[in-house]
Design a protein. Structure first.
Length: 128
């Protein structure tokens, strides 16, 4: 199963951070150590407003096919293009850092707007 190839009405992207540890001495000096070469906690929050209930069901089907928040996956180029349609930058540079896969961070949230129309919000977390 794949994510529906719909364009989100809004998106939020958090590029994550590298594993850093900060130590402070009594004199106020600071030492920062980098503990790895890969970013972690990348977050992608997508909202699909006023879509058909049948399309909203596709998000649930994809979530179920990935065993909820358990299974990680790589976005296909078609999924990436659909998610970032309207973005003027390069989605690949944002979405596919070396070795990063995605997983659902939480179940999709579905709000019934009126009969036959729903709003869906999904949150994906980038994992190594």
């Amino acid at each position: 199963m794949t994510l529906p190839l719909l364009t989100p009405s809004s998106r939020q992207f958090d590029p994550g951070n590298w594993p850093i540890r900060t130590y402070n001495a009594q004199n106020g000096s600071e030492i920062r150590l980098l503990y790895g070469s890969q970013r972690y906690n990348l977050m992608l929050n997508l909202t699909y407003q006023n879509i058909a209930d049948s399309d909203a069901e596709l998000f649930l089907a994809d979530y179920y096919s990935k065993n909820g928040t358990y299974q990680s996956f790589t976005l296909t180029s078609a999924e990436s293009i659909a998610m970032f349609r309207g973005w003027q930058g390069t989605p690949a540079a944002l979405l596919q850092p070396e070795g990063v896969e995605w997983r659902y961070d939480e179940p999709p949230k579905i709000e019934s707007v009126f009969p036959g129309v729903s709003t869906v919000q999904i949150v994906l977390r980038g994992v190594i």
